[in-house]
Unconditional design. Structure first.
Length: 628
């Protein structure tokens, strides 16, 4: 593959130019306060959070006490110059006769206290970290379950228009970003706020003039922090959106890699990926540049503040206004003062990243299913399988000019077998989708056993409808789990019985592990015919009252088709069976054949009756005979 002509640096710098158009403009922006909504997930864990805050408060106090402890030791046991601000109450100077051993013992005692403070600080930080990490993982676990449950409740229309990679990004990367809020950000924000306030209060109590020197650069720091927050928020949003775009691209193209290689489009697809990768790289570079300016800028201000304290504090020590220990405390506090400010700004940026992810997650959670169950559904003790379409009009888009079905009416009695035929786009598969209520109609009524399907729960309706599709999807696992689909109420005996009835047992029982044979993603190690047989077994294991066959034999060789035809004749007994097939030879024995043309029913009758009508069906039949 040829080298790309432009250097990467040139390309991503060109992406940073104003006026550049990116896909994130197409994203839906969340309306509402995402942060408050995030915090609601913490309500069941409020007790743990309060314990963590108490531990953080204690740890912060101990952290602020450490420089004072050392400052006391310097003044009391090393320099011998006492300062009222740091010495113990009642002692302002050394006694002339104190011995070096006493000073050494004092240093050891101070060292012991310092060690005890460090140990207590370690325990507080450790337990707080463990509690917050556990709380964060529990919340993310619940959120991920909620999100996946919601995705499962959405209608097929949503999946028709939403890329898979986008949904995967919401459930993985975006959810993990929110984990940072609970595991780290909230506690650190609280800790740094307490630390800043504590540093300010203690500094003023030690020496107001020195404290004033320390805070002289605060307006500049605040201005830099506000600027950093505003720029970093936009940078984070762009990065999250472009990460979604590249995940969507990868999900689609890795799934379709066979088509890419068949048509030799590897080079072109690489170029498309390179464009999206460069776009994400530019967003990451933009984000990195923001930090590269903020962190050194804040560090420079901290060095300037340190110089100011050293100069003014050194003069005060020489003048006898403060002790060396007090100067040490101020130097330590100045070094510590800018650190929480920097962390606060970066935590705000990480918080903005989490909020940007949360906005996308909550936008998905707020997507309402277009099909919902009625508040007071009707309950059928047993679905017999009578299906009635009463003047049904249907459009996938909802627009009048896009009708897929136009004024369709028919009735199928329980136990009947009915086949739908017609040219591609005639509306055959749409009828099958409407029976299971995967889409809602715009006009008319669809009834099952005399009840409008909109008055039944989707679970009850779909439990009674078994559908075998042309494109079979097998999940990673084993054969048994693919037939059962994790429904433990289906016994192993029922699984094996279903496999025998559709002749799937003929190849399953020859496999090394039989029903425990591993199934790779999409069942790639099985032939098309074997996958179709497994799909039949899966459908029959649920014992549906209504059996739908949507081009179920189109991808199957002649021998396998004979096995399935044998199984179908046995399975149709006592079940309402609806078939869609392009090969008319497979549906000749149906009780009734309905011919669709441009969304309308044009002919209906048995195979022989339709041939006698000399209409659309006869022309289709003759075309197939001529082709064979």
């Amino acid at each position: 593959m040829k080298e790309r002509k432009q250097p990467r640096t040139h390309r991503f710098l060109s992406m940073l130019r104003p006026g550049d158009s990116w896909d994130e403009k197409q994203d839906i922006h969340y309306e509402g306060n995402a942060l408050l909504r995030i915090l609601r997930y913490m309500k069941p864990h409020l007790k743990v959070f309060l314990i963590c805050l108490a531990l953080v408060t204690l740890a912060t106090v101990l952290d602020l006490y450490r420089p004072i402890l050392i400052g006391n030791a310097i003044d009391q046991f090393i320099t011998g110059e006492a300062s009222p601000a740091v010495l113990e109450a009642g002692r302002t100077e050394w006694l002339p006769g104190e011995q070096a051993t006493e000073r050494f013992q004092g240093v050891l005692i101070a060292g012991g206290k310092y060690l005890a403070v460090l140990l207590l600080l370690f325990l507080c930080n450790r337990f707080q970290y463990l509690l917050m990490q556990r709380m964060g993982q529990d919340i993310i676990y619940d959120m991920r379950n909620e999100l996946f449950t919601h995705v499962e409740s959405l209608t097929m229309r949503f999946f028709d228009t939403t890329p898979v990679g986008k949904i995967v990004t919401r459930l993985t990367n975006d959810v993990e970003s929110i984990n940072e809020v609970f595991a780290n950000i909230l506690v650190k924000l609280f800790k740094n706020l307490i630390k800043i306030v504590g540093l300010a209060v203690i500094s003023i109590s030690l020496n107001a003039q020195m404290a004033l020197y320390s805070f002289i650069l605060m307006p500049v720091v605040l201005a830099l922090t506000v600027l950093f927050r505003s720029i970093s928020r936009r940078a984070y949003r762009i990065t999250r959106t472009r990460l979604t775009a590249i995940n969507t691209f990868l999900s689609e193209h890795i799934s379709g890699m066979r088509v890419i290689q068949i048509f030799g489009r590897e080079k072109r697809k690489y170029e498309e990926f390179a464009e999206k990768n460069d776009s994400l790289f530019a967003a990451g570079f933009r984000e990195m540049m923001v930090f590269a300016l903020f962190r050194p800028g804040l560090y420079l201000l901290s060095v300037v503040a340190l110089i100011i304290i050293m100069v003014s504090g050194g003069a005060s020590v020489l003048n006898g206004a403060i002790s060396i220990g007090t100067l040490y405390v101020f130097l330590q506090y100045i070094d510590s003062f800018f650190q929480p400010i920097q962390e606060l700004a970066e935590q705000f940026s990480t918080l903005q990243n989490a909020i940007a992810s949360a906005e996308k997650i909550f936008t998905l959670l707020d997507t309402k299913p277009q099909i919902t169950d009625p508040e007071t559904p009707k309950k059928l003790d047993q679905i017999r399988g009578r299906i009635e379409f009463d003047h049904v009009w249907f459009s996938y888009t909802g627009r009048d000019e896009d009708w897929v079905l136009k004024d369709v009416s028919f009735t199928i009695e329980p136990g009947q077998s009915v086949a739908f035929v017609g040219a591609t786009g005639a509306g055959k598969s749409s009828i099958l989708n409407l029976i299971g209520r995967y889409y809602d109609i715009q006009k008319g009524v669809i009834r099952v056993d005399g009840v409008d399907i909109r008055e039944l729960t989707r679970e009850q309706l779909r439990r009674a409808v078994g559908q075998v599709q042309q494109d079979v999807f097998l999940f990673t696992g084993d054969i048994r789990s693919n037939i059962r689909l994790r429904d433990e109420s289906i016994s192993d005996e029922a699984i094996e019985q279903a496999a025998r009835e559709v002749n799937a047992a003929r190849f399953i029982e020859r496999l090394p592990q039989r029903y425990d044979e591993k199934v790779t993603e999409r069942g790639a190690t099985f032939s098309a015919g074997q996958r179709q047989l497994l799909s039949f077994a899966r459908t029959l294991a649920y014992d549906p009252a209504i059996l739908i066959l949507d081009e179920a034999t189109s991808n199957i060789d002649t021998e396998t088709e004979q096995w399935i035809q044998e199984a179908i004749q046995h399975l149709m007994k006592g079940r309402t069976t609806i078939m869609v097939a392009h090969r008319l030879s497979t549906i000749q024995h149906a009780d009734r054949i309905i011919v669709m043309h441009h969304g309308r029913i044009r002919e209906t009758g048995t195979h022989q009756e339709l041939l006698a009508q000399d209409g659309i069906y006869k022309k289709l039949y003759q075309l197939q005979l001529a082709g064979e």
